[in-house]
Structure formats: structure tokens, C-alpha cells
Design a protein around this ligand. Structure first.
Ligand code: PLP
Length: 396
């Protein structure tokens, strides 16, 4: 018999993917512009010009054998040096290129990290709402996922709930800021509290606790910046990806950063290399490694996301929906108009609005709206959002 867990994972799509596929079918049936697909986090702004220029330059001026060949498993040394320099500029602390590990995006950053850190049966805490693939990644690493709810409405850390959830079996906590699905950004004051809590628990249980920071949305913020988390807690592993920052999700490129202040940093790094090997990653795509190294200060044009966020949050609030404009990422997390978010999303489909129910993110009663779409789609969808709202008023 083949592996039943894998069979199940491969047979049953995630709620997000299911909706995305439904959207594709529906667009074929009634036309692209008639379906308001807010299902998936696929960036809608093009990669910055500097990335295209870097790729063109690399292809025109580099020996193709070298360009497309394997790099070192942990990534090309010059690329890691360029990334370490960029991180140093951002964080104002020293970063060691030999503690940077190049990956195939955030998903690989997370799976490599979890497999490097976890022993069978250890627990990894996630703060709900959370990216649904965390469960798949944690369980494949042999660990047990433990959900801890965030504070209602603000979706910030509930320190009392977190404190109760940490046990001698805990290996670490996954932190995702800016968050998918809420867009919430964790402020420095909470990172300080979190660092203190983890150090206290380490002392109490005589254990080592790791903070795994999943940061694919780090560059996507509106009026705030995401702090360098290792400054608050030394046992932090930063899992980064260029998927959203440079609009490159299909190219599969990112990195893991181990801060030099981590006491067992070199050992953890060696375990990352082992996990990458065991998972068969071999090395991150060479061409993309060289290209991102040339895009040190580049970022995608956020003006479209900023405008979409403004139009959608203002318009939905004005219609009567309960919306808090988030500080980062490209998602709005909005209260469903009935208790059952899945039923609400089914009703939304009648208005050709594709929204993801919050149940898949580990909380009830909300929907996620991915606003990384064209501004035209946002504007065209507003009558449908209004009609959906009105349909609940009529029912009352
Ligand atoms: N983590 C979060 C919170 C995400 O939202 C995503 C993708 O949407 C990922 C990780 C995976 O990102 P990547 O495409 O870089 O693997």
C-alpha cells in the first residue's frame, strides 16, 4: 500500500486551491471579467524592472554552463554575501553569510527549518489564524501542531494563551508577520514581550525554544516596518522568500537566516543543510539566486496594493461590513455576515465573489479577501459586495 497521508494530501486540495480551481472553471463559463476571484495570494504587480534587467544581463553575459549549473547546496557564496550585506543594512547588526541558506521560497524555508529542528512528537505552536500549510509542514517534520488563538479583533498575540500552551514538549513557535490571512504586523513591543516569555519558559523547563519567523510579506507594509526579530530573541530562525516582495512566486526563491547571536547557530545551520539534503532540494534555482543578489534594495511597486486596500476597506466599511485595514500583506480579513463562514462564502459565490472562509485558517466567522488583483477588479466587484450585504438585510 502506498503512503496514505501523501495520497490524502494529493487527492484533497486545500480550500484555497479548491476555490481557485472553481474560479478558473467559472471564468470559462461566464467570462473572466464576470468572476471576482479573491481566492489566492498570487501577486498582481509585475516583478520590478531591475529584476528583469538582472536576468537579461545574466543571460547575455554569463557562461551558460556556470549560470545553469548546481551551486553549493546552501547557495552560491557571493549570493549569500550580498544577502548578508542587505540584511546588515536593514537590521543594523552583523549577519554571517555562512549562516544564510538559499531555498526554493518560504515553503522550503519552513520545511527545511522544521525538519532541521524537530524530533518526533515535539510540538510546534502556531498562532491562529495561520497559513493552512503549516499543519502539513509541521506534521511531515514528525512534530505535532498546536494552535493558540490570537486576541479577537486585533489578531495580535494572546500572551496568556501562549504562556499556557508552552510545555516541555514545545520545540518552537511559528510567527508570521505580516500575517496571512489577517495582514496584522506584530509591533516591537510585543516582540520584546514574546522574547521575555520564551526565555522564561526555557528557564522553567530547561529547554531550548525556537522562534520560526515566516516573513514572505515583510516588504509589504503600509506605514510600518517589520522589526528584525533576532534582536528580540536569539534563537530566531528567519524564513524569507522573494515570492511576494519581488512578485516571483513561480520562480521559487528565498533564504533562511540564522543570526550569529544564536548560541548553537552553527549546529542548527548544519542541520538545515542536512534537512535540505534529506528533502531533496539539492540547491535553490541558480539563475534566480544570481538575479535576486543583484536586486538588493528592490521591491515590487506597492502603490496598486495600497490603492486596492484603501478602496476595498473604505467601500466595505461604508456598506456595513466590519473591516480593520491591516498594516501589511495583501489580505483583508472581514467578519462574515453569518456565523458559518463557509455558508457565507457559498452565498458570496451566487454573486460571483470568491472569498476564502476562515475555518481553513483555524478560526471561525471571517473571510479572507486577497486584494492582490487589478484595481479594475476591485472597483467592478463593489456592486456584488453591496448586493451580498443587502441579501442578508432582506433575510432579516
Ligand atoms: N507562508 C505564508 C504565510 C504564505 O502566505 C505563503 C504563500 O502564500 C508561504 C509561506 C509560501 O510562500 P512561497 O511561495 O515563497 O513558498
Amino acid at each position: 500500500m502506498i503512503n496514505q497521508t501523501m495520497l490524502q494530501l494529493g487527492t484533497k486540495r486545500s480550500a484555497i486551491r479548491e476555490l481557485f480551481e472553481y474560479g478558473k472553471r467559472r471564468k470559462e463559463e461566464i467570462g473572466q471579467d464576470k468572476v471576482f476571484d479573491f481566492s489566492i495570494g498570487n501577486p498582481s504587480v509585475p516583478a520590478p524592472a531591475v529584476l528583469t534587467e538582472a536576468l537579461q544581463d545574466l543571460i547575455a553575459n554569463t557562461d551558460p554552463v556556470a549560470l545553469h549549473g548546481y551551486t553549493s547546496a546552501q547557495g552560491d557564496a557571493a549570493v549569500r554575501k550580498a544577502i548578508a550585506e542587505a540584511e546588515e543594512e536593514r537590521a543594523g547588526v552583523s549577519v554571517d553569510p555562512d549562516l544564510i541558506y538559499m531555498t526554493c521560497g518560504a515553503a522550503a524555508s519552513l520545511t527545511v527549518t522544521l525538519n532541521a529542528l524537530c524530533n518526533p512528537g515535539e510540538e510546534v505552536i502556531v498562532l491562529a489564524p495561520y497559513f493552512p500549510e503549516y499543519r502539513v509542514f509541521v506534521e511531515k517534520a514528525g512534530a505535532v501542531l498546536r494552535e493558540v488563538p490570537c486576541l479577537p479583533d486585533t489578531f495580535q498575540i494572546d500572551f496568556s494563551a501562549l504562556s499556557h500552551a508552552v510545555t516541555p514538549r514545545t520545540k518552537g513557535v511559528i510567527l508570521n508577520s505580516p500575517n496571512n490571512p489577517t495582514g496584522a504586523v506584530i509591533p516591537a513591543s510585543d516582540l520584546e514581550k514574546l522574547g521575555n516569555l520564551l526565555r522564561e519558559k526555557e528557564e522553567e523547563f530547561q529547554s531550548e525554544l525556537f522562534l520560526i519567523c515566516d516573513e514572505p510579506y515583510r516588504a509589504l507594509t503600509y506605514g510600518v516596518t517589520v522589526p528584525y526579530v533576532p534582536a528580540f530573541y536569539a534563537r530566531t530562525v528567519v524564513c524569507y522568500s522573494y515570492s511576494k516582495a519581488l512578485s516571483l512566486p513561480g520562480e521559487r526563491i528565498g533564504y533562511i537566516l540564522i543570526p550569529p547571536v544564536m548560541p548553537e547557530g552553527k549546529t542548527v545551520y548544519a542541520a538545515l543543510c542536512g534537512a535540505g539534503r534529506a528533502l531533496g532540494f539539492v540547491c535553490a534555482p541558480s539563475l534566480m539566486q544570481y538575479a535576486v543578489a543583484k536586486c538588493k534594495n528592490a521591491g515590487a511597486d506597492l502603490s496598486v496594493y495600497r490603492e486596492n486596500r484603501r478602496i476595498l476597506s473604505e467601500s466595505l466599511s461604508e456598506m456595513g461590513y466590519s473591516v480593520t485595514p491591516p498594516d501589511g500583506a495583501f489580505y483583508l480579513f472581514v467578519k462574515a455576515l453569518e456565523e458559518d463562514a463557509a455558508a457565507f462564502c457559498e452565498r458570496a459565490k451566487e454573486f460571483e465573489l470568491l472569498l476564502v472562509p476562515s475555518d481553513s485558517f483555524g478560526v471561525k466567522g471571517y473571510v479572507r479577501i486577497s486584494y492582490c488583483v487589478s484595481t479594475e477588479q476591485i472597483k467592478a466587484s463593489l456592486p456584488a459586495f453591496r448586493a451580498l450585504y443587502e441579501s442578508y438585510r432582506k433575510k432579516d
